[in-house]
Ligand binder design. Structure first.
Ligand code: URA
Length: 441
């Protein structure tokens, strides 16, 4: 007989759980036969005792199998199924360019994206700023767009890894989110359900990252690579820089606009370009669409220069209900905020450090992120034209532009972003954009 308390007891006492223990517990989470208190107790036992690699693989697979699994074999696609997942950040608009760029090089990208969480923006919210875009197409339309366009970016439906939703909700209120084993299983359960051949993880490090320290970011990346490969998906991870916003903008419409301009070659923030290229390159190499980094970068650059990646983005938007002329007339379709004004530094010096989380919270407070899951977003608001770390500024240099709905929210955001930027007398050391690439054995 299955007794959840016996499984909790084993984990509490540091005994390794069997595949059957894990499968039974996860089935109980899914069919509600396990109580919230028991989920909380197991989560806390795992938080303290961790999981062996083998247990972690079994947990990720059991959570994958708690709902619908996508299959692509029957479509006979002439390329690998590849995707990227980021632990999230501020101005992390990479997915919007990466999907079309990789599709232009022969990959098929069924990207299931999330809403913004806390200070971090969400790909789904950015695309929802496009009028008419339907992030919840029926599964057949999703498959059709992936097959015909090469990429479809949509939202997570409730039938994908449902055990994760209940498990995460319990972790969220019991101080057990911060377990490397549980984060790994949670992220991978959803990615494994999407039926990928190749996954590239972008694990951020720095003041805007989900993980609190570089060491923890590396630990998470290493664990995801091992468990992902153990579960049958060729997984690689990059540790990337998040000590300042990645793009030149943060906010939903404004980031989508930046993505389109990037794809069309109108403007390419060099830091954003480097991270995007590095992630895309690993996807091409993992999917055997490029022989090495140089080959991958040449192919990706050609996809940008020829306009093919931009064209694919436009086709994806149209296929999912957005305007047919979005690529050409994005400014007509993305409503601006009523107030767009700069905020100035009070001091002369070098931009020495940024509280990137604080900057993300300023976007949230402007109405661009949610405090409650039920909050409606104002897609128009956000921040743009950020100063960069190391930049030499004076009192009349704008720190950034604030896009606000009204005067009160402008003033609040101005106070927040000024508090989030430290001005020093000496320039800080230059940081790399990619700290490390972690590959499977
Ligand atoms: N994101 C997820 O999907 N799961 C976690 O546990 C943490 C971040």
């Amino acid at each position: 007989m299955f007794l959840p308390q016996e499984i909790i007891r084993k984990k509490r006492d540091g005994v390794m759980l069997s595949q059957q223990d894990i499968q039974q517990f996860v089935a109980g989470i899914t069919d509600n036969s396990v109580a919230d208190s028991q989920i909380a107790a197991l989560a806390m036992a795992i938080y303290f005792n961790g999981m062996e690699l083998e247990e972690n693989v079994h947990l990720a697979l059991a959570m994958r199998d708690s709902g619908r699994r996508m299959h692509w074999k029957d479509l006979n696609l002439p390329g690998p199924i590849v995707d990227k997942h980021s632990t999230g950040g501020v101005g992390d608009v990479v997915s919007l360019m990466l999907g079309p760029m990789v599709a232009a090089c022969g990959g098929f990208v069924p990207m299931i994206s999330g809403r913004g969480l806390g200070h971090t923006g969400g790909t789904l919210d950015k695309l929802s700023a496009v009028p008419g875009y339907n992030p919840f197409p029926d599964p057949e339309l999703f498959r059709k767009v992936v097959k015909e366009v090469g990429v479809a970016i949509i939202g997570q439906t409730s039938d994908l890894a449902p055990a994760d939703r209940r498990f995460y909700a319990t972790r969220d209120v019991t101080a057990t989110v911060e377990s490397i084993a549980l984060i790994t299983a949670s992220i991978l359960s959803k990615k494994l359900a999407a039926g990928l051949d190749v996954l590239v993880m972008d694990v951020k490090a720095g003041s805007g990252a989900f993980m609190p320290t570089m060491q923890k970011s590396i630990e998470l990346a290493e664990r995801i690579v091992k468990v992902g490969n153990g579960a049958g998906v060729a997984t690689t991870a990059l540790i990337t820089e998040m000590s300042q916003p990645l793009a030149s903008t943060a906010g939903n419409s404004i980031e989508t606009r930046e993505a389109v301009r990037y794809l069309k070659g109108d403007e390419r923030n060099p830091r954003l370009h480097e991270v995007t290229m590095a992630l895309c390159a690993q996807m091409l190499i993992g999917g055997k669409l490029a022989s090495d980094e140089a080959d991958a970068r040449a192919k990706l650059q050609a996809a940008l220069d020829s306009g093919r990646a931009a064209e694919i983005f436009g086709r994806m938007v149209t296929a999912l209900g957005g305007p047919a002329d979005f690529l050409e007339n994005y400014d007509r379709h993305l409503a601006p905020a009523p107030i767009v004004r700069p905020v100035f530094a009070d001091k002369t010096g070098f931009v020495g450090a940024m509280d990137t989380r604080g900057i993300g919270m300023a976007v949230c407070a402007l109405g661009g992120g949610r405090r409650l899951a039920s909050d409606e977003l104002d897609f128009r608001v956000g921040l743009s034209q950020f100063v960069e770390l190391g930049q030499n500024i004076s009192k009349d240099t704008p720190l950034m532009m604030i896009h606000a709905a009204d005067e009160a929210s402008f003033e609040d955001a101005a106070r927040r972003v000024k508090a989030a930027i430290r001005i020093d007398e000496i320039a800080p050391a230059t940081l790399p954009q990619v700290y490390q690439i972690i590959r499977g054995e």
